[in-house]
Design a protein around this ligand. Structure first.
Ligand code: CO
Length: 131
């Protein structure tokens, strides 16, 4: 079951420029930068009233973020939702014919389990999270 929004992921070309804008100009609470090798990205995280905004910079041309920006430019890449159980949610969605990118949970940032729903089903790329 989906129980809330975890974060919004935004694809950017230059993480340092974006960090200084959102931290210094917008005054968002900066939580730090983390590299996520499984997704080939560097992630800068901010907290805004309990919802996170994550800015994603590709670390290689093989990165999904690199390909996304080549195709669509910078902007909102995905919305991530909290689940009470990722396994059960994936099972239920699969049973309803939803197209999944990850049929099994994979490791995301901060040791969270995540899985992606294909935008063919969800319009916006959708990440499911179990904290
Ligand atoms: Co994400």
């Amino acid at each position: 079951m989906i129980i809330g929004i975890n974060h919004i992921g935004v694809a950017v070309r230059n993480l340092d420029r974006v960090v200084s804008f959102y931290r210094d100009t917008m005054g968002f609470e900066f939580l730090g930068v983390e590299e996520v090798p499984s997704q080939r990205v560097r992630v800068a995280k901010f907290d805004v009233g309990g919802v996170h905004v994550e800015f994603l910079e590709a670390t290689s041309e093989e990165s999904p973020i690199y390909k996304f920006i080549e195709k669509k430019g910078e902007g909102i890449h995905h919305i991530a939702y909290n689940t009470d159980s990722l396994e059960n949610t994936l099972e239920a969605l699969k049973g309803r014919g939803v197209k999944l990118i990850n049929e099994r949970p994979v490791k995301g940032s901060s040791g969270m389990l995540i899985a992606f729903v294909h935008p063919k089903s969800s319009v916006v790329l959708t990440e499911l999270v179990e904290e």
